[in-house]
Ligand binder design. Structure first.
Ligand code: FPP
Length: 233
């Protein structure tokens, strides 16, 4: 029997700081290595036929980290965007950033827009990077958008299925599989609405060590799950 491949895999990349500290190095060193895991998992996802890979790269709460670490993470994002253009084009990967973009700097926003435009026509996989994102922020901005567009009476007529189109993930299917690395077992204000029926896989592997083999193992675990969506089969 063919192995069931999730259409949308999402990852909470965790454990960079601990990975570095375990080696007696600065936390940022873990983020540098983490970028290699991003590359490896993107490649593995393309090879496996995953249609959407999304990554929780920076939460709204992460703004409260020391300024130097925030700066390093934003710099890494900028550098990755500059470096990965060719690989994304070669693999026909569309690049999308979602989150509270107003909080990102003008230079980073401009680079993000350029890469999103350049890769907009790629059709093999979509790589979604959540930056300055939180699930509660997403639901709140959806409420405001719906109210502005529909007015109080229109909002009263909204059904559950209508909510999707006001979330920043509009048009992207809900994750089938959510992976969280580093032994933590919580959702941490990530895709709250969108994960209603998502399968979770938790692993003790720290993000900088999470490479192709680990990604494939998570897909194997997903293939063994029995998804019932609250129904009896
Ligand atoms: C969690 O580890 C990781 C992050 C907050 C940042 C993840 C970002 C990257 C891997 C860099 C770039 C991403 C892209 C898409 C190019 P942590 O610092 O919370 O680790 P800890 O829990 O051990 O402290």
């Amino acid at each position: 029997m063919e192995r069931r491949i999730p259409k949308h895999v999402s990852i909470i990349m965790d454990g960079n700081g601990r990975w570095a500290q375990a080696r007696g190095k600065e936390r940022v060193y873990g983020h540098f290595e983490g970028v290699e895991s991003v590359r490896a998992c993107t490649e593995a996802a393309v090879e496996e036929g995953v249609e959407y890979l999304s990554l929780y790269a920076f939460s709204e709460e992460n703004w409260n980290r020391p300024a130097a670490e925030v700066e390093t993470l934003m710099g890494l994002m900028m550098k990755s965007i500059e470096n990965e253009y060719e690989t994304l084009m070669r693999n026909r990967v569309r690049f999308v950033v979602l989150g509270n973009r107003e909080r990102l700097g003008a230079a980073l926003n401009a680079s993000i827009d350029t890469l999103m435009e350049q890769t907009a026509g790629n059709d093999r996989m979509t790589l979604v990077v959540f930056l300055s994102y939180s699930g509660k922020w997403d639901i709140l901005q959806a409420m405001k958008k719906a109210a502005a567009e529909l007015g109080a009476e229109g909002v009263q007529r909204l059904g559950i299925a209508d909510v999707d189109r006001y979330l920043v993930t509009a048009g992207i299917p809900d994750p089938d599989l959510l992976i969280r690395t580093s032994g933590e077992q919580r959702i941490s204000n990530y895709l709250l609405w969108q994960c209603a029926y998502t399968e979770f896989v938790f692993t003790d592997i720290l993000w900088p060590d999470f490479r192709k083999e680990a990604f494939r193992a998570a897909l194997d675990e997903y293939a063994r799950r029995d998804r019932r969506y609250g129904k009896v089969k």
